[in-house]
Design a protein around this ligand. Sequence first.
Ligand code: 0O2
Length: 221
Amino acid sequence: MENLPLEITSAERFFYGDYLILLEGAIEEFLSCLQMIRRYQVSRGQRDPIASFQARIKSAESMRAKLERQNLPITAHSALQDVWDAAGVRLVCPFVQNIDQTVSLIRQIPGVQILREKDYIRNPKPSGYRSYHMILSLPLRFLEKAPEHPVWLEVQLRTIAMDCWASIEHQLKYKQDIANQALIVQELKRCADEIASTDLSLQTIRDLIGGPGKEGTLCGF
Ligand code: 0O2
């Protein structure tokens, strides 16, 4: 995933064509809404539940490979309608509890439509991967009329520690020619479990320290 501004090459412009602006719009709408939520939370004396974020348009190469794997037409239309992560935002939170808080804030965004949620924190993947995934869409205010189909956005939420593990594991996945694959996979899983345990300890320390930062609502006057 890339930091803003979005990194878009001629390959993505060619593949997504007229749909590219909708994907960019979906990311911008979500992030601008989220930025206001964060500012609002902080203005009310709440702690900011988000440490950092990244956004990306899935590369044309990666999207083509995914469509092919799923036996779907290799078209921009299918990329938007059948695969829902052409636009993606990753939110990185300091503490595990911030993830639940942010999910509930996202659910309250006016006009948000949630297609699917996957909780890989309470149900980690066999690799040890932990994250909370949401597929959602928001009204695109810059359009004169709503598009024929929703423009889906994948939001991944994880802690700083989970993000650290996922980034390193993602890099290592590309090294297919290494010996002892089974041992490496087992060790990575062990690291993920240890990180999860550390996350719980950090949350406990945060709770012991206390202070402001209870769960927020968007309109909780
Ligand atoms: P990228 O570069 O992040 O776009 P599918 O998308 O087909 O794999 P599904 O069920 O639609 O399957 O999506 P899933 O499994 O909920 O989430 C897929 C995304 O989650 C991946 O996107 C990764 O970003 C992340 N992810 C899932 N499992 C792992 C894992 O074991 N390790 C790491 N590091 N990341 C994981 P992409 O498309 O693979 O890549």
